[in-house]
Write a protein that binds this ligand. Structure first.
Ligand SMILES: [Zn+2]
Length: 413
């Protein structure tokens, strides 16, 4: 029975690992749009931010409200904090309705000796983490995952002991974090297999690309969990953003599970729909201000381009000669209209006439002038907030959810 087989789920961490990356950031509105697009794409969970970080509170609470209003239909919104009781208490104080969280603590000898420097040892880490997990459930959490930071450099016997303690405290998943990106697909497979065999619980695979192995490592880890009969949750970022050389690229991971040799029997979450891939990748590129490389899998400008005689001829005769998957599946192939004549935009200093023109073109009606004036005011703030022209979906979002938008733009240090 296919339904009893394990599944591979996606937890996207663009709004957490992606934004904590040096030199790049997203506004709270942009983070909200990423959550909406990930939801549309059928992604299981979005790690949507940092519940103990004060400037995130309004954004996090507003997005939980957005989910309650039905704008986020199936995606889970999860926070990321340190695995300490203090962080758990602060998280629930600032974001009281949070249900899902990842609690993180380092587990390698390297980090224990050279980061904690005597503050925590192997035993106290287990205690600290277990107390944090229990406290989270006491305060209303529904599903807690525990993150073993630097898992790839952690002694296997300790990683197993740590994971057992997490499971005993109530954690539903262990996040195997290849923090430095030093695993290979071979070490990943062996280590995840040993871990899952010993602890019998679902595993999250969190990889980094310092050696260019990030997607391969993620797939190898998920395959190991699957072979041992457990679900896995691959952590991704849109366009492979993330600390240093980045995390596993969302679209590449999905394509690799669907189309790489021998992976067809490894079932990906059936909710996943790549149709939104083109849209989310283009949006993230614009929001981060980082261009999509020409050769990026699936969404790069050259992903379906052919020029040399033999390849062009072959692709024209039958696309399967030189294309592994269809561009239509990724939401590509639709013409995009670019205004080359007069264009009225809505910005920080817009007036009501130009603003009405912009929304008329989007076919978004307003009840009356009062409503239009209210939305105009919000659009001005959104422009101050984003510091770049708003895209159509952002304009639509503000008109549909003005109260949520107002909360997202509000920040009081
Ligand atoms: Zn990371």
């Amino acid at each position: 029975m296919a339904n009893n087989k394990p599944r591979i789920y996606i937890i996207d961490v663009t709004n957490r690992d992606g934004v904590q990356t040096s030199r790049i950031c997203l506004s709270k509105l942009e983070k909200t749009m990423i959550n909406l697009y990930l939801n549309e794409m059928g992604v299981f969970q979005s790690e949507f931010g940092f519940p103990v970080t004060h400037h995130e509170s309004n954004y996090l609470n507003a997005n939980l409200e957005l989910a309650e209003k039905g704008a986020l239909t199936s995606i889970r919104l999860s926070g990321w904090i340190r695995a300490t009781k203090d962080d758990v208490v602060s998280a629930f104080k600032l974001v009281p309705r949070i249900k899902y969280m990842n609690l993180s603590i380092s587990t390698s000898d390297q980090m224990i000796t050279h980061k904690f420097k005597g503050k925590l040892d192997h035993k106290s880490i287990l205690l600290e983490m277990s107390e944090a997990v229990k406290e989270a459930y006491k305060l209303g959490a529904e599903c807690i995952g525990v993150n073993a930071e630097d898992a790839s450099r952690t002694r296997m016997d300790y990683l197993i002991e740590f994971s057992r303690a997490a499971k005993e405290a109530g954690a539903k998943r262990i996040r195997y974090c290849d923090t430095l990106g030093c695993d290979t697909p071979f070490s990943m497979y062996e280590r995840i297999k040993s871990l899952v065999e010993a602890v019998q619980m679902p595993i999250e695979i969190h990889c980094h690309n310092d050696l260019g192995l990030v997607v391969a490592n993620s797939i190898a880890g998920a395959k190991a969990a699957f072979d041992c009969g457990q679900d896995s949750y691959i952590n991704t970022c849109v366009n492979g953003m993330g600390e240093r050389a980045g995390n596993a690229d969302l679209v590449s991971v999905i394509l690799a599970i669907k189309y790489s040799s021998g992976m067809q029997d490894y079932h990906i979450d059936e909710k996943i729909d790549l149709k939104c891939a083109w849209k989310i990748c283009k949006y993230a590129s614009y929001a981060f201000g980082v261009p999509i490389p020409i050769n990026q899998p699936g969404v790069g400008a050259n992903a379906f381009a052919h020029e040399s005689g033999i390849h062009a001829d072959g692709a024209l005769k039958d696309r399967r000669n030189y294309e592994l998957y269809d561009y239509e599946e990724l939401g590509r192939g639709e013409p995009e209209i670019i205004e080359t004549g007069r264009k009225i935009t809505a910005g920080e200093y817009s007036g009501i006439k130009g603003f009405r023109n912009v929304y008329d073109k989007l076919e978004v009606p307003f009840k009356d002038d009062t409503e239009a004036a209210e939305v105009l005011e919000l659009v001005r703030y959104a422009n101050v907030h984003n510091q770049k022209p708003l895209v159509e979906d952002e304009l639509r979002f503000i008109a549909h959810y003005p109260d949520i938008a107002r909360k997202i733009f509000t920040m009081a240090p």
